[in-house]
Unconditional design. Sequence first.
Length: 285
Amino acid sequence: MVFVGDMMLAETVGQLIRRGGDPLKHVRHLFKGADITIGNLETAVGTQGIPADKPFTFLAHPRVIPFIKNNFSAVSLANNHSVDFGLSTFERMLDQFDRQGVRYFGGGKNIRAAHEPVVFDVKGKRIAVLGYDIFMPRSFEALHDQAGVAWGERDHIAQDIARARQHHRADLVITYPHWGWENVKRANPQQQSLAHWMIDSGADAVVGGHPHVTQNIEVYKGKPIFYSLGNFIFNGFTDKEANTGWVLTLHIGATGEMAWDIHQIGLDRQGIPRDLGLLPAAALK
Ligand SMILES: [Zn+2]
């Protein structure tokens, strides 16, 4: 499985896609051979709507949908931007994704749908992935009668993991939270405590994002926690840390045992990633 971090497909990257360019042209080899590719879609997709009253709002044109579909097995919507242009734009985006065959998780037409895992059958294993937003605004949260994102409440996470195992018969459950303090290279105590909760509740791995930088890795009870993969496709940053992200490859063995390697990527001025090479093993601890 290949996991990448945050993808913002409006602005310069949206223009590149509009011109027929390929944002993955320098990193496509990292996806080769993967059974599953997952990323965080940090953008509303649509053509209308009123921007939310917050510092940054992103709206990508629906022409980016084939790019998402062709390159990602599923994308997470559990983040602080997918509802940037209002609920009707968000719902229309879900409809377009459904029609065009884009799989997503961590967001939906109501709380139940938002908390459904995306489930993959790969080589005799069922793998469930659950997305959670834990970064404001909480107004993006899906409710019983309102579309939105899955909020990372502890009890709900534990229920979701149990349901993924029982109802969806998942062999492996991976959580993909959107959390942490921006531009801080180490996970904060709340992230760590919640990651431990996820693993204590039955998650096999935790892969996080949002801080715009990479954070530390921890192995807790034998299960890996990658607190933040950083940015993957994102323009508008000037500092080197925010323009450096990770592409994580999780290798899952026959009995569910995991190994991993990480390629460091560098984003150019357009927000497009380039492969900077494998992180040395010592950096993976
Ligand atoms: Zn974010």
